[in-house]
Design a protein around this ligand. Structure first.
Ligand code: FAD
Ligand code: PYC
Length: 414
């Protein structure tokens, strides 16, 4: 594929943009692949990309029932950070954050990574102690964070009200190298790179059954016919339970809706990301000027990818004391995505009871930030059968009771 460059833009400008080629091919499925990945969200595409880039495995199909990036990858609020408490989490999230730094260059696709900094506000004394503990843990893990006082918070976020009365800002966990990226571009960039390596990204291709022989995977049935494979990666976020059921095993996962909304665009007023977990809500400003706002998950399980009025009211009510200016904003649109949540709020990257089937799920409310690191680690697991980054995240931890509790670091109320 032709490289994108400043020169290419100039060249196409003078020939009426007639020379651009398709960013990825639209193939029909072949009869057989070495590896099939179900789900063309960020995690599925990143897994395929690293199978090709790191291990030279390119006879790969990525099957997507809708359009690529149309699940949670295209619905999230794009916060990237690695300020988790437990060592295995810090390792994979920090690997991921560092891969975001060079992603635009690696993929030759501008994913608009913006390391503008992320603050998690401490608005109770309990939160102060919790975030101080995380800052110490992060120092030992080599993750750059610091606990900052209320004056520094005010300096970084001039529009914030730190005085309460209900929830004064007592400080915050500040990660300067955290930030945001353009979510669709992450999916599109990976899809283009996978297609360029000869992989088949096949949209509108729903997997309806997983075929096994003697405890081993042999292929899948899809809305475009049967396809054989030697190995299968299930990377379907909110539908993980359903698809695992097709392979004959159950997951310790619940599917719930997570919603977000954006305001009308306004002039630049906040150039960091702020999460306020006590109240609960979070906010950043997009490059278009919209205030991007979200809250906790819905309190009931469901598969409906849409927003609801009660959520706007709850989230805006939660944030209004800390950000009084949002009371004067008009809201533009809202939406929901179905996230898959585990009991310890950590993901599952694992082999499964079916030989040749691997699963990547359970990122819950926080998997956008993890896309490149998860893809890197999952590719290693699929190619070599083990990966230091996935070891602790196996399904066995639920049997052995070796939980990786990240309910606070998840940062979103469940
Ligand atoms: P998805 O992007 O959902 O991809 C899975 C794909 O599998 C889908 O495209 C789906 O159509 C496909 N699929 C399902 N079943 C089948 C089938 N049978 N056959 C074929 N294809 C199938 N994370 C952060 O880190 N930061 C944030 O700020 C953040 N904000 C969020 C805000 C909201 C409102 C939401 C909903 C989520 C947020 N997240 C955030 C979480 C993040 O979006 C997800 O963890 C992440 O995108 C999961 O990516 P994925 O590739 O696993 O799943
Ligand atoms: O994981 O940082 C996060 C997050 C913020 C909003 C939703 N998820």
């Amino acid at each position: 594929m032709k490289r994108y460059s400043a020169f290419a833009i100039a060249r196409e400008a003078v020939r009426y943009h007639s020379g651009w080629e398709r960013a990825w091919h639209a193939p029909e499925p072949k009869a057989k692949y070495d590896v099939i990945i179900i789900g063309a969200g960020g995690h599925g595409l990143a897994t395929a990309y690293h199978l090709g880039k790191n291990y030279g495995i390119t006879n790969v199909a990525i099957l997507e029932k809708g359009w690529l990036g149309g699940g949670n990858t295209g619905r999230n609020t794009t916060i990237i950070r690695s300020n988790y408490l437990q060592d295995p989490s810090a390792a994979i999230y920090e690997k991921s954050r560092s891969l975001y730094e060079t992603m635009s260059q690696d993929l030759n696709y501008n994913v608009m990574f913006s390391p503008r900094g992320v603050i998690m506000l401490a608005q109770t004394h309990h939160e102060v102690r919790g975030y101080q503990r995380t800052a110490h843990a992060n120092a030992l893990q080599g993750v750059t964070t610091e606990f900052i006082g209320p004056e520094k918070v005010k300096e970084l976020v001039p529009i914030i009200n730190i005085d309460g009365p209900r929830y004064p800002v007592l400080g915050g966990l500040w990660q300067a190298p955290g930030g945001t990226a353009r979510h669709d571009a992450v999916a599109w960039g990976y899809a283009r790179a996978c297609s360029d390596m000869g992989m088949d990204v096949i949209q509108k291709c729903e997997v309806t059954a997983i075929r096994r022989e003697g405890g081993k995977v042999v292929g899948v049935d899809t809305s475009k016919g049967a396809i054989d494979c030697a190995k299968l990666g299930i990377v379907v976020a909110g539908h993980s339970g359903d698809v695992a059921g097709m392979a004959g095993f159950r997951l310790p996962i619940e599917s719930v809706s997570l919603q977000a909304l954006v305001s009308e665009p306004i002039k630049p007023c906040m150039d960091v990301v702020v999460m306020a977990n006590t109240v609960h809500g979070y906010m950043s400003q997009s490059d278009k000027g919209e205030m991007v706002i979200g809250g906790g998950t819905d309190g009931y399980n469901n598969y409906t990818q849409r927003g609801s009025f009660h959520h706007i009211e709850e989230t805006v009510r939660a944030l209004i004391e800390t950000f009084p200016m949002i009371s004067r904003l008009k809201m533009l649109r809202q939406w929901g995505g179905i996230v898959d949540v585990t009991g310890d709020r950590s993901p599952i990257l694992s082999k499964t009871p079916v030989d040749g089937v691997f699963i990547n799920c359970g990122w819950g409310t926080g998997g956008f930030k993890a896309i490149p690191g998860s893809g890197w680690a999952m590719a290693e697991l699929i190619a070599k059968g083990h990966s230091p980054l996935t070891e602790e995240f196996s399904l066995d931890r639920f049997r052995a009771g070796k939980f990786i509790d990240e309910s606070v670091a998840a940062g979103v109320a469940h």
